[in-house]
Design a protein around this ligand. Structure first.
Ligand code: T5A
Length: 236
């Protein structure tokens, strides 16, 4: 069991008796690393290679999850959640997404490419807010119902550069930073360090990609990792 609450990846023997289950790949990392960009590119590239994949995002991805997203990001309830409520709201969005989308799609044999998953709670609410990792593990475990990623890709980026990209996008779109993006730099630094710590702890599941490079280069590195970890499925 790892600190995101995952029971661990299926052993080769387990994979052999469940050949039709799709693969589950998660993108993680600090703000502005390009998770949405790369997750959507990967879905498209898998499609070009004959593999049907669906994109999910967190918080969100279901009607309930999208309603929770607005509560979390833009104080949709008219007041910000306290830190404890914040953890549980992220977990509630995830619980719904796992049962309504991720698990059913995997069971149909589709791949699921997730734009954030349980490691985000470990990084943001564990390392960032300072909640105990044991508490986060228990909450994650309850939310995810044993659904563990086959591969997690952390798009690692200097915190200031990631936030600069987001500010640039907000200027272009005429939008403003959301509640978490407005947190101070030390908060975002703790999150980045937390992700790198998770990668050190779980090298089998988590790989780190330097997201400061051009997005075409990042996409190639992501594709190489996917082939490395899920290669037999791609060539099947
Ligand atoms: N959160 C989430 C928690 O605190 N706990 C949790 O459990 C969960 C699930 C989600 C927020 O909630 C927090 C984390 C977040 O603060 P969100 O809007 O979904 O909010 O935010 P993010 O997931 O961080 O997504 P962002 O859209 O903000 O960033 P991405 O997805 O990393 O980056 P992307 O692809 O949107 O790109 C950002 C900008 O950079 C450009 C893009 O064109 C875009 O303008 N870009 C690049 N520029 C240069 N070089 C590259 N390689 C580039 N790649 C992308």
């Amino acid at each position: 069991m790892d600190s995101a609450g995952y029971p661990g990846r299926a052993s080769p023997a387990e994979s052999e008796v469940m050949p039709s289950r799709g693969r589950f790949i998660t993108f993680e990392g600090p703000e502005g690393g390009g998770k949405t960009t790369q997750a959507q590119r990967l879905v498209a590239r898998l499609g070009e290679n004959g593999i049907a994949a669906v994109y999910t995002r967190e918080p969100g991805g279901t009607k309930l999850g999208e309603a929770i997203r607005s509560l979390l990001q833009f104080d949709g309830a008219g007041e910000p959640p306290c830190p404890e409520a914040e953890v549980l709201l992220f977990a509630a969005s995830r619980a719904q997404l796992v049962r309504k989308v991720i698990l059913p799609q995997l069971e149909k044999g589709l791949w699921v490419i997730a734009d954030r998953f349980a490691d985000s709670t470990t990084a943001y609410q564990g390392f960032g807010r300072g909640f105990s990792l044991d508490d986060i593990l228990r909450i994650n475990r309850f939310a995810i119902d044993g659904v563990a990623p086959d591969l997690t890709i952390i798009l690692d980026i200097d915190v200031k550069e990631g936030l600069r990209r987001l500010k640039e996008r907000h200027i272009l779109n005429g939008t403003g930073l959301d509640r978490l993006e407005r947190e101070d730099l030390p908060f975002h630094e703790r999150i980045r360090e937390g992700y790198l710590e998770l990668a050190r702890l779980y090298p089998e599941r988590i790989r780190v990609v330097d997201a400061s490079k051009h997005s075409d280069i990042v996409a190639e590195e992501v594709w190489a990792l996917v082939q490395d970890v899920c290669g037999p499925s791609i060539s099947a």
